[in-house]
Design a protein around this ligand. Structure first.
Ligand code: SF4
Ligand code: FES
Length: 369
Protein backbone atom coordinates (compact mmCIF):
# COMPACT_ATOMS: atom_id res chain seq x y z
CA UNK A 1 0.00 0.00 0.00
CA UNK A 2 1.58 3.38 -0.94
CA UNK A 3 2.28 5.67 2.04
CA UNK A 4 -0.11 8.36 0.77
CA UNK A 5 -2.98 5.81 0.74
CA UNK A 6 -2.28 4.73 4.31
CA UNK A 7 -5.07 5.52 6.73
CA UNK A 8 -4.06 7.00 10.09
CA UNK A 9 -4.30 4.60 13.01
CA UNK A 10 -7.24 5.28 15.28
CA UNK A 11 -6.02 3.56 18.41
CA UNK A 12 -2.85 2.84 20.30
CA UNK A 13 -2.58 0.16 22.95
CA UNK A 14 0.15 1.11 25.40
CA UNK A 15 1.22 -1.97 27.32
CA UNK A 16 2.76 -0.06 30.20
CA UNK A 17 3.98 -3.19 31.97
CA UNK A 18 3.64 -6.96 31.87
CA UNK A 19 3.58 -7.09 35.68
CA UNK A 20 0.18 -8.23 36.98
CA UNK A 21 -1.12 -9.53 40.31
CA UNK A 22 -3.68 -11.76 38.57
CA UNK A 23 -2.87 -15.07 36.86
CA UNK A 24 -5.76 -15.51 34.44
CA UNK A 25 -5.31 -18.72 32.42
CA UNK A 26 -6.68 -16.91 29.33
CA UNK A 27 -3.99 -14.21 29.39
CA UNK A 28 -3.08 -13.32 25.81
CA UNK A 29 0.24 -11.78 26.79
CA UNK A 30 3.30 -13.75 25.70
CA UNK A 31 4.43 -16.86 27.56
CA UNK A 32 7.69 -15.03 28.33
CA UNK A 33 7.01 -11.60 29.75
CA UNK A 34 9.12 -8.45 29.54
CA UNK A 35 10.61 -7.57 32.92
CA UNK A 36 10.36 -4.36 34.91
CA UNK A 37 13.91 -3.34 34.01
CA UNK A 38 13.02 -3.24 30.30
CA UNK A 39 10.00 -0.91 30.69
CA UNK A 40 9.88 2.48 28.96
CA UNK A 41 10.16 5.43 31.35
CA UNK A 42 7.64 8.25 31.76
CA UNK A 43 9.48 10.62 29.44
CA UNK A 44 9.54 8.09 26.60
CA UNK A 45 5.84 7.35 26.94
CA UNK A 46 5.19 11.11 26.93
CA UNK A 47 7.10 11.44 23.67
CA UNK A 48 5.23 8.48 22.16
CA UNK A 49 1.84 9.98 23.07
CA UNK A 50 2.75 13.26 21.35
CA UNK A 51 3.83 11.36 18.25
CA UNK A 52 0.66 9.27 18.33
CA UNK A 53 -1.57 12.34 18.45
CA UNK A 54 0.38 13.92 15.57
CA UNK A 55 -0.07 10.70 13.58
CA UNK A 56 -3.85 10.89 14.01
CA UNK A 57 -4.43 8.47 16.89
CA UNK A 58 -7.59 9.39 18.76
CA UNK A 59 -7.89 6.71 21.43
CA UNK A 60 -5.21 5.55 23.80
CA UNK A 61 -5.65 2.38 25.83
CA UNK A 62 -3.42 2.15 28.89
CA UNK A 63 -3.03 -1.54 29.41
CA UNK A 64 -0.70 -4.26 30.67
CA UNK A 65 -0.33 -6.54 32.54
CA UNK A 66 -1.84 -4.32 35.16
CA UNK A 67 -1.10 -0.64 34.40
CA UNK A 68 -1.68 0.23 38.06
CA UNK A 69 1.59 -1.58 38.80
CA UNK A 70 3.32 1.51 37.36
CA UNK A 71 4.00 3.99 40.14
CA UNK A 72 3.97 6.79 37.50
CA UNK A 73 0.50 5.92 36.17
CA UNK A 74 -0.88 9.37 37.10
CA UNK A 75 1.99 11.13 35.29
CA UNK A 76 1.56 8.87 32.26
CA UNK A 77 -2.17 9.59 32.17
CA UNK A 78 -1.54 13.31 32.48
CA UNK A 79 0.86 13.14 29.53
CA UNK A 80 -1.71 11.28 27.44
CA UNK A 81 -4.39 13.79 28.22
CA UNK A 82 -2.06 16.73 27.52
CA UNK A 83 -1.36 15.19 24.10
CA UNK A 84 -5.09 15.38 23.39
CA UNK A 85 -5.75 11.64 23.40
CA UNK A 86 -9.00 10.10 24.65
CA UNK A 87 -7.57 7.96 27.41
CA UNK A 88 -8.95 4.61 28.50
CA UNK A 89 -7.51 2.72 31.45
CA UNK A 90 -7.81 -1.06 31.13
CA UNK A 91 -7.47 -2.48 34.60
CA UNK A 92 -8.09 -5.50 36.80
CA UNK A 93 -8.89 -2.93 39.54
CA UNK A 94 -6.08 -4.22 41.76
CA UNK A 95 -3.96 -1.22 42.65
CA UNK A 96 -6.56 1.48 41.95
CA UNK A 97 -8.32 2.73 45.05
CA UNK A 98 -10.76 5.65 45.09
CA UNK A 99 -8.08 8.22 45.87
CA UNK A 100 -5.89 7.10 42.96
CA UNK A 101 -8.90 6.98 40.66
CA UNK A 102 -9.77 10.58 41.53
CA UNK A 103 -6.18 11.68 40.85
CA UNK A 104 -6.38 9.96 37.46
CA UNK A 105 -9.62 11.76 36.74
CA UNK A 106 -8.12 15.10 37.75
CA UNK A 107 -5.29 14.70 35.24
CA UNK A 108 -7.66 13.87 32.41
CA UNK A 109 -8.57 10.17 32.39
CA UNK A 110 -11.71 9.71 30.26
CA UNK A 111 -12.75 6.10 30.56
CA UNK A 112 -12.13 2.97 32.65
CA UNK A 113 -12.50 -0.63 31.57
CA UNK A 114 -12.70 -3.08 34.46
CA UNK A 115 -12.31 -6.79 33.85
CA UNK A 116 -14.59 -9.29 35.60
CA UNK A 117 -13.90 -13.02 35.52
CA UNK A 118 -17.42 -14.12 36.52
CA UNK A 119 -20.46 -13.00 38.51
CA UNK A 120 -19.80 -15.01 41.67
CA UNK A 121 -16.75 -14.17 43.75
CA UNK A 122 -15.63 -17.76 44.33
CA UNK A 123 -15.59 -18.61 40.65
CA UNK A 124 -14.19 -15.23 39.60
CA UNK A 125 -11.31 -15.39 42.08
CA UNK A 126 -10.52 -18.97 41.12
CA UNK A 127 -10.34 -18.07 37.44
CA UNK A 128 -8.16 -15.03 38.17
CA UNK A 129 -5.99 -16.97 40.59
CA UNK A 130 -6.37 -14.03 43.00
CA UNK A 131 -8.44 -14.44 46.19
CA UNK A 132 -10.43 -11.33 47.10
CA UNK A 133 -10.11 -9.76 43.68
CA UNK A 134 -13.77 -9.81 42.62
CA UNK A 135 -15.05 -7.66 45.46
CA UNK A 136 -12.36 -5.07 44.72
CA UNK A 137 -13.41 -5.02 41.08
CA UNK A 138 -17.01 -4.31 42.01
CA UNK A 139 -15.88 -1.51 44.33
CA UNK A 140 -13.79 0.12 41.62
CA UNK A 141 -16.60 -0.15 39.07
CA UNK A 142 -18.90 1.66 41.49
CA UNK A 143 -16.26 4.31 42.17
CA UNK A 144 -15.77 4.91 38.44
CA UNK A 145 -19.46 5.62 37.94
CA UNK A 146 -19.62 7.77 41.10
CA UNK A 147 -16.67 9.78 39.80
CA UNK A 148 -18.58 10.48 36.59
CA UNK A 149 -16.18 8.52 34.41
CA UNK A 150 -17.35 6.27 31.58
CA UNK A 151 -17.24 2.57 32.52
CA UNK A 152 -16.92 -0.55 30.40
CA UNK A 153 -17.05 -4.02 31.90
CA UNK A 154 -14.98 -6.61 30.09
CA UNK A 155 -15.57 -10.31 30.64
CA UNK A 156 -13.50 -12.93 28.88
CA UNK A 157 -15.73 -15.91 28.18
CA UNK A 158 -14.74 -19.58 28.25
CA UNK A 159 -16.00 -22.97 29.37
CA UNK A 160 -16.15 -22.09 33.07
CA UNK A 161 -18.39 -19.01 32.69
CA UNK A 162 -20.07 -19.24 29.28
CA UNK A 163 -23.37 -20.35 30.81
CA UNK A 164 -23.59 -17.09 32.78
CA UNK A 165 -23.40 -14.54 29.96
CA UNK A 166 -26.85 -13.22 30.89
CA UNK A 167 -25.85 -12.65 34.51
CA UNK A 168 -22.62 -10.93 33.48
CA UNK A 169 -24.55 -8.49 31.30
CA UNK A 170 -27.08 -7.91 34.11
CA UNK A 171 -24.24 -7.22 36.55
CA UNK A 172 -22.67 -4.71 34.14
CA UNK A 173 -26.03 -2.93 33.87
CA UNK A 174 -26.42 -2.90 37.66
CA UNK A 175 -22.93 -1.41 38.01
CA UNK A 176 -23.87 1.45 35.67
CA UNK A 177 -21.57 0.51 32.79
CA UNK A 178 -22.28 2.07 29.42
CA UNK A 179 -20.75 -0.87 27.60
CA UNK A 180 -20.05 -4.53 28.29
CA UNK A 181 -17.65 -6.63 26.28
CA UNK A 182 -18.44 -10.32 26.17
CA UNK A 183 -15.25 -11.50 24.56
CA UNK A 184 -14.52 -15.13 23.96
CA UNK A 185 -10.91 -16.11 24.69
CA UNK A 186 -8.46 -15.45 21.90
CA UNK A 187 -6.04 -18.35 21.94
CA UNK A 188 -2.71 -16.55 21.75
CA UNK A 189 0.20 -16.27 24.16
CA UNK A 190 -0.45 -17.89 27.52
CA UNK A 191 -4.06 -18.66 26.61
CA UNK A 192 -2.94 -21.11 23.94
CA UNK A 193 -1.44 -23.28 26.70
CA UNK A 194 -4.84 -23.45 28.36
CA UNK A 195 -6.93 -23.91 25.25
CA UNK A 196 -8.09 -27.38 26.25
CA UNK A 197 -9.34 -26.14 29.62
CA UNK A 198 -10.96 -22.99 28.24
CA UNK A 199 -12.71 -24.21 25.09
CA UNK A 200 -16.50 -24.38 25.34
CA UNK A 201 -18.53 -26.94 23.46
CA UNK A 202 -20.10 -25.95 20.16
CA UNK A 203 -23.51 -26.14 21.80
CA UNK A 204 -22.43 -23.78 24.60
CA UNK A 205 -20.98 -21.33 22.09
CA UNK A 206 -24.14 -21.33 19.96
CA UNK A 207 -26.38 -20.96 23.00
CA UNK A 208 -24.35 -17.98 24.25
CA UNK A 209 -24.47 -16.36 20.81
CA UNK A 210 -28.25 -16.72 20.76
CA UNK A 211 -28.54 -15.31 24.28
CA UNK A 212 -26.48 -12.28 23.32
CA UNK A 213 -28.91 -11.50 20.51
CA UNK A 214 -31.80 -11.60 22.95
CA UNK A 215 -29.87 -9.60 25.55
CA UNK A 216 -29.13 -6.84 23.04
CA UNK A 217 -32.83 -6.57 22.41
CA UNK A 218 -33.71 -6.65 26.12
CA UNK A 219 -31.15 -4.00 27.12
CA UNK A 220 -31.40 -1.76 24.06
CA UNK A 221 -30.77 1.84 25.04
CA UNK A 222 -29.40 0.86 28.46
CA UNK A 223 -26.06 -0.69 27.64
CA UNK A 224 -24.02 -1.46 24.54
CA UNK A 225 -23.15 -5.16 24.29
CA UNK A 226 -20.03 -5.97 22.28
CA UNK A 227 -19.42 -9.62 21.56
CA UNK A 228 -16.41 -11.52 20.27
CA UNK A 229 -17.57 -15.02 19.38
CA UNK A 230 -15.32 -18.07 19.40
CA UNK A 231 -13.39 -18.31 16.15
CA UNK A 232 -13.10 -22.08 16.40
CA UNK A 233 -16.84 -22.46 15.76
CA UNK A 234 -17.17 -19.59 13.28
CA UNK A 235 -17.85 -19.73 9.55
CA UNK A 236 -16.09 -16.48 8.72
CA UNK A 237 -13.17 -14.87 10.54
CA UNK A 238 -13.18 -11.47 12.20
CA UNK A 239 -11.15 -8.63 10.74
CA UNK A 240 -8.53 -9.01 13.42
CA UNK A 241 -7.35 -5.61 14.70
CA UNK A 242 -9.47 -4.11 11.91
CA UNK A 243 -6.95 -5.37 9.36
CA UNK A 244 -3.19 -5.66 9.87
CA UNK A 245 -1.52 -2.24 9.99
CA UNK A 246 -4.75 -0.39 9.18
CA UNK A 247 -6.28 0.83 12.42
CA UNK A 248 -4.08 0.36 15.45
CA UNK A 249 -0.66 -0.07 17.02
CA UNK A 250 0.50 -1.92 20.13
CA UNK A 251 3.53 -0.73 22.03
CA UNK A 252 5.03 -3.35 24.34
CA UNK A 253 6.43 -2.42 27.77
CA UNK A 254 9.94 -2.19 26.30
CA UNK A 255 8.83 -0.10 23.31
CA UNK A 256 8.55 -2.59 20.48
CA UNK A 257 5.69 -1.61 18.17
CA UNK A 258 3.43 -4.44 17.00
CA UNK A 259 0.56 -4.52 14.51
CA UNK A 260 -1.38 -6.76 16.92
CA UNK A 261 -1.14 -8.14 20.40
CA UNK A 262 0.30 -11.51 19.40
CA UNK A 263 2.44 -10.48 16.43
CA UNK A 264 5.63 -11.52 18.19
CA UNK A 265 4.51 -15.15 17.88
CA UNK A 266 5.11 -14.89 14.12
CA UNK A 267 8.68 -15.89 13.34
CA UNK A 268 10.77 -13.71 11.08
CA UNK A 269 8.95 -10.40 11.58
CA UNK A 270 11.14 -7.38 12.31
CA UNK A 271 9.68 -5.03 14.90
CA UNK A 272 10.98 -1.51 15.36
CA UNK A 273 11.11 0.24 18.72
CA UNK A 274 10.00 3.70 19.80
CA UNK A 275 13.45 3.97 21.36
CA UNK A 276 14.96 4.04 17.85
CA UNK A 277 12.29 5.38 15.48
CA UNK A 278 9.48 7.97 15.52
CA UNK A 279 6.04 6.37 15.62
CA UNK A 280 5.06 7.66 12.16
CA UNK A 281 8.13 6.06 10.61
CA UNK A 282 7.25 2.78 12.29
CA UNK A 283 3.64 2.96 11.14
CA UNK A 284 4.57 3.66 7.53
CA UNK A 285 7.77 1.73 7.01
CA UNK A 286 8.52 -0.88 9.66
CA UNK A 287 8.84 -4.37 8.16
CA UNK A 288 6.37 -5.90 10.61
CA UNK A 289 3.61 -3.43 9.67
CA UNK A 290 4.24 -3.90 5.97
CA UNK A 291 4.30 -7.70 6.15
CA UNK A 292 0.52 -8.29 5.98
CA UNK A 293 -0.85 -4.83 5.27
CA UNK A 294 -3.52 -4.59 2.58
CA UNK A 295 -4.24 -7.55 0.31
CA UNK A 296 -1.07 -7.97 -1.77
CA UNK A 297 0.32 -10.71 0.49
CA UNK A 298 -2.77 -12.91 0.15
CA UNK A 299 -2.93 -16.29 -1.53
CA UNK A 300 -6.04 -18.14 -2.68
CA UNK A 301 -8.82 -18.40 -1.58
CA UNK A 302 -8.46 -14.91 0.01
CA UNK A 303 -6.81 -13.29 -3.02
CA UNK A 304 -9.93 -13.49 -5.20
CA UNK A 305 -12.53 -13.46 -2.42
CA UNK A 306 -15.06 -10.64 -2.28
CA UNK A 307 -14.56 -10.37 1.50
CA UNK A 308 -10.82 -9.72 1.28
CA UNK A 309 -11.24 -6.04 2.16
CA UNK A 310 -13.86 -6.81 4.80
CA UNK A 311 -12.03 -9.29 7.02
CA UNK A 312 -8.52 -8.94 5.48
CA UNK A 313 -8.11 -12.69 5.59
CA UNK A 314 -8.81 -12.91 9.33
CA UNK A 315 -6.13 -13.30 11.96
CA UNK A 316 -2.49 -13.91 11.03
CA UNK A 317 -1.59 -15.16 14.49
CA UNK A 318 -4.41 -17.69 14.48
CA UNK A 319 -3.43 -18.83 10.99
CA UNK A 320 0.07 -19.44 12.31
CA UNK A 321 -1.09 -21.18 15.49
CA UNK A 322 -3.31 -23.64 13.62
CA UNK A 323 -1.67 -24.11 10.23
CA UNK A 324 1.95 -23.20 10.99
CA UNK A 325 1.82 -20.53 8.25
CA UNK A 326 1.05 -16.90 9.12
CA UNK A 327 0.18 -16.12 5.48
CA UNK A 328 -2.48 -18.83 5.27
CA UNK A 329 -6.22 -18.10 5.28
CA UNK A 330 -7.46 -17.91 8.85
CA UNK A 331 -8.90 -21.40 9.56
CA UNK A 332 -11.93 -19.73 11.12
CA UNK A 333 -13.01 -19.28 7.49
CA UNK A 334 -14.86 -22.27 6.06
CA UNK A 335 -13.01 -21.74 2.77
CA UNK A 336 -9.76 -22.66 4.52
CA UNK A 337 -8.61 -26.25 4.02
CA UNK A 338 -7.89 -26.31 7.79
CA UNK A 339 -11.37 -25.22 8.85
CA UNK A 340 -12.88 -28.60 9.61
CA UNK A 341 -9.77 -29.76 11.46
CA UNK A 342 -9.87 -26.65 13.65
CA UNK A 343 -13.50 -27.17 14.57
CA UNK A 344 -12.85 -30.85 15.29
CA UNK A 345 -9.93 -29.91 17.52
CA UNK A 346 -12.16 -27.52 19.47
CA UNK A 347 -14.89 -30.11 19.94
CA UNK A 348 -12.40 -32.71 21.07
CA UNK A 349 -10.83 -30.35 23.63
CA UNK A 350 -14.19 -29.11 24.88
CA UNK A 351 -15.25 -32.69 25.65
CA UNK A 352 -12.82 -32.95 28.60
CA UNK A 353 -14.67 -33.12 31.91
CA UNK A 354 -11.97 -31.74 34.16
CA UNK A 355 -10.70 -28.19 34.00
CA UNK A 356 -6.96 -27.96 34.66
CA UNK A 357 -5.51 -24.48 34.44
CA UNK A 358 -1.87 -23.62 33.96
CA UNK A 359 -1.38 -20.41 35.94
CA UNK A 360 1.84 -18.52 35.28
CA UNK A 361 4.56 -19.57 37.68
CA UNK A 362 2.45 -22.21 39.44
CA UNK A 363 1.87 -25.94 39.03
CA UNK A 364 -1.04 -26.95 36.79
CA UNK A 365 -4.14 -27.03 38.98
CA UNK A 366 -7.45 -28.82 38.71
CA UNK A 367 -10.15 -26.27 39.54
CA UNK A 368 -13.90 -26.04 40.02
CA UNK A 369 -14.86 -22.49 39.00
FE1 SF4 B 1 -12.06 -13.80 4.41
FE2 SF4 B 1 -10.14 -15.11 3.03
FE3 SF4 B 1 -12.28 -16.43 3.97
FE4 SF4 B 1 -12.56 -14.70 1.96
S1 SF4 B 1 -11.40 -16.62 1.90
S2 SF4 B 1 -13.93 -14.89 3.74
S3 SF4 B 1 -11.06 -13.10 2.53
S4 SF4 B 1 -10.68 -15.38 5.20
FE1 FES C 1 -2.31 -11.08 15.46
FE2 FES C 1 -4.95 -11.45 15.03
S1 FES C 1 -3.86 -11.46 16.93
S2 FES C 1 -3.45 -10.80 13.60
Amino acid sequence: MPAEALPAPLGLLAELTHRCPLACPYCSNPTTLEGRGAELDTATWTRVFGQAAALGVLQLHLSGGEPAARSDLVDITAAASAAGLYTNLITSAIGIDRARLLRLKQVGLDHVQVSLQDVDADSADTIAGYPGGHVRKLALAEAVVEAGLALTINAVIHRANITRVDRIVALAVALGAGRVEIAHVQYYGWALRNRGALMPTREQAMTAAGELGALRHEYEGRIIIDAVLPDYYARRPKACVGGWGRRSLNVTPSGRVLPCHAAETIPGLEFWSVRDHPLEEIWVASPAFRAFRGTGWMREPCRSCDRREIDFGGCRCQALAITGDAAATDPACDLSSHHLAMAALAEQEAAAHEIRYAYRGRPVARVRP
